[in-house]
Design a protein around this ligand. Structure first.
Ligand code: GLY
Length: 430
């Protein structure tokens, strides 16, 4: 098989790694890819939003399967373009990707189908939003309804902050058109967990649980980012939580989408919060998480091509999805200043130290080749240094050991990824 992967971050590198392990795959292309993905795939300089060009390329090269890693092309309808041209593609179509593309849609869906989530209101008018906020209970959460690279969510402690938030999202349009509509949501407290799932329109299969670290700084301080580190499985995703979500959340979401005439095929990422009143859905994503993919996919034991095919063909019920009973931890090496202003273009040293080491991975998030073939930093998130261990503590120690192998100017990381594991006591592998 020839496989094309669309995207160029750490998630797509982890997908490429898993695809490269399939005996069915003879050649991998990635558009646009990055300097790390280039070790596994031929990178092609076509942007992820250039749907027709990508489809032309797939036709020209006789691609058997295209896997779309990124949210923006999915939300924009890349799958519809490929399907219309008779090209086989893994991911939700535009009608289904709205699950991530519009927070107002996903909240209304949860309300209609009684899927547990925070109380909310939707506004398209800033004046009305401000009036509502005057009597609302604080703290409160404001979310740009459209996609905003994980950054369009503001937690406001008081009315003054909430007013500034409305200005930022709806009036100043800091997140572009994504702020035309705004969700105002009850603030929930609890531990957040990520559950990635494969879905074939009707059936759903759960991947192993994971836990993100969204804030830029240690101790969950600083701004929201795409994710500064992750671990899998998370001991906080207990059997009790699993049973509750199987009963009220996962299949209920798939059925709701089918009933709405928007059958979902691809990956649904459930962002859950474990509150005192039980688990609730904080958000849905219509793709693998980044960096969730970097800790979950190395633990997947199936041939991923079989799973992609089953999702497309509606035969996921026949797949026995298996994960190894070890653990993975990933630490993001970022450019200092991310998610705000940062510099890029610095040479990266130490990448060769990962070669030939089965338990260590360096997934590239934002890298490119320099003129002389050297690898340079090219983004806010630069590398996802990942390690596997027999349990979370071992994986964490190994991941932090490996962060020391890498050098580049302005290297920044959190030092407390997986610290919560210490509080959890015994490892539980769900
Ligand atoms: N790590 C969170 C996300 O991928 O959206």
């Amino acid at each position: 098989m020839k496989v094309l992967i669309v995207g160029g971050g750490g998630r797509e590198h982890a997908i490429a790694y898993k695809v490269s392990k399939s005996s069915q795959v003879e050649k991998i292309y990635c558009a646009p890819g990055n300097a790390g993905i280039a070790e596994l795939a031929e990178c092609v300089p076509i942007g992820a939003m250039e749907f027709e060009k990508l489809a032309d390329f797939a036709e020209e090269k006789g691609i058997d399967l295209t896997v779309v890693g990124m949210d923006d092309p999915l939300i924009g309808g890349i799958v519809d373009v490929f399907r219309a041209r008779g090209l086989r593609v893994f991911g939700p179509d535009k009608k289904a990707a709205i699950l991530e593309g519009s927070k107002a849609f996903s909240k209304d869906l949860m309300k209609k189908y009684h899927i547990p989530t925070a109380e909310y209101e939707v506004f398209t008018d800033a004046e009305k939003a401000l009036k509502y906020l005057e009597t609302a209970k604080m703290p409160i959460v404001l979310k740009a309804s459209g996609p905003a690279l994980g950054k369009g969510v503001l937690i406001c402690q008081n009315l003054e902050e909430a007013k500034a938030g409305v200005k930022e999202i709806m009036l100043d349009k800091q997140f572009g058109d994504s702020g035309d509509e705004m969700v105002v949501e009850q603030f929930l407290t609890g531990r957040e967990v990520s559950v990635l799932t494969f879905v074939d329109g009707k059936h759903i299969k759960l991947m192993s649980s994971a836990q993100d670290h969204k804030r830029a700084k240690d101790g969950d301080q600083g701004l929201n980012t795409g994710g500064m580190g992750n671990f899998s499985p998370t001991p906080f995703y207990t059997r009790e939580v699993d049973e509750f979500c199987k009963k009220y959340v996962y299949q209920a979401t798939v059925d709701a989408m089918e009933q709405e005439g928007r059958p979902f095929k691809g990956v649904i990422f459930f962002g859950l919060i474990l509150t005192e009143d039980g688990p609730k859905v904080l958000e849905y994503n219509a793709r693998f998480g980044d960096p969730e993919a970097q800790v979950v996919l190395p633990r997947l034991e199936n041939d991923i091509i079989d799973v992609f095919n089953a999702c497309i063909d509606g035969t996921l019920d026949q797949i026995d999805l298996k994960f190894s009973d070890d653990a993975c931890v990933t630490v993001i090496l970022a450019s200092d200043g991310y998610p705000e202003k940062y510099e890029k273009g610095f040479p990266i040293s130490g990448l060769e130290k990962f070669r030939g080491k089965e338990d260590y991975f360096v997934f590239h998030s934002g890298t490119k080749f320099g003129e002389n073939g050297e690898v340079l930093t090219n983004g806010g998130r630069v590398l996802a240094v990942t390690a596997r261990g027999k349990n979370l503590k071992e994986a964490r120690a190994k991941a932090y050991e490996a962060t020391e192998w890498i050098g580049f100017d302005n290297k920044y990381m959190r030092h407390d990824i997986g610290k919560a594991i210490d509080e959890a006591g015994e490892d539980v592998n769900v």
